[in-house]
Design a protein around this ligand. Structure first.
Ligand SMILES: [Zn+2]
Ligand SMILES: [Zn+2]
Length: 253
């Protein structure tokens, strides 16, 4: 369903910062634009032929917002497109808007360069997409984080962003229908003040039979990636450019 520009955590530069997208015809919906995202998105031609760009920023950590300025400027200058930043419909919308505006102003992006759109005004952006909801989840105490819920006619796509929010995940597990898909951050590590859900916790929260509906992402290490895979979760993999694919094939020979 979703495609990925990167599937790593902040410091996992090999996999790149986790960022997902849907591109249909000339419309792009981008979830997060971390420090490594713009360069990788450009490499895979994500902005080619684009006329409408919608961006959801789950939270203000650098690995989720670090190249938003580049995305906006590139769309403006090279594509004559004004990106839409999607805001939650809950009471934190104003703070979310102010945070994004202030951050962008500090990196030289003015309000003429982008627009704000509320998540419930996304009808008909993509075929079959009824609405988007951004739900607050617990992650870092220092900032507000959102999970993204994409309501299609035939399924709901849950994208947790960064979180260690068992109450939220339990709610998702309870209402998960057969066609629904969950993308969740994860870690195989345990440490004090952990801000990501662990694979052990994911296994406790979701039923064994729900596992093939769950795709893990935001890997902090190869250990987290391989552990998620060996436990039977799906794992996100990033799109590669044609050049990179050819290089990989050549190296295999
Ligand atoms: Zn992150
Ligand atoms: Zn984070």
């Amino acid at each position: 369903m979703l495609k990925f520009i990167g599937t790593g955590s902040a410091f996992n530069t090999e996999l790149g910062n986790t960022s997902a997208y849907i591109k249909e015809d000339k419309t792009l919906l981008l979830i997060d634009a971390g420090a490594t995202a713009f360069a990788r998105a450009k490499e895979i031609g994500l902005f080619d032929e684009i006329e409408h760009v919608y961006v959801i920023i789950t939270h203000m950590h650098t690995d989720h917002v670090g190249s938003l300025g580049n995305v906006i400027e590139y769309c403006n200058i090279f594509k004559s497109v004004t990106p839409n930043l999607i805001l939650t419909n809950d009471e934190t919308a104003e703070t979310q808007e102010n945070n994004l505006r202030e951050y962008l102003a500090k990196v030289g992006i003015t309000e003429d360069d982008y627009e704000f759109t509320y998540a419930d005004m996304m009808e008909e952006v993509f075929k079959g997409l009824i609405k988007i909801e951004l739900k607050q989840v617990t992650h870092s105490k220092k900032l507000t984080s959102y999970a993204v819920e994409l309501y299609f006619e035939d399924k709901v796509v849950y994208y947790t962003g960064d979180q260690n929010d068992h109450a939220y995940l339990k709610k998702v597990a309870k209402k998960l229908k057969q066609n629904d898909i969950v993308y969740t951050d994860c870690t195989a590590r345990d440490y004090k003040g952990r801000i990501h859900v662990s694979l052990d916790e994911l296994e406790q929260i979701f039923d064994q039979k729900q596992k093939d509906q769950i795709t893990c992402m935001h890997f902090d290490s190869f250990a987290s990636y391989s552990e998620a895979k060996s436990r039977g979760f799906k794992v996100a993999s990033r799109e590669v450019s044609k050049e990179e694919l050819l290089k990989q094939i050549a190296n295999r020979r």
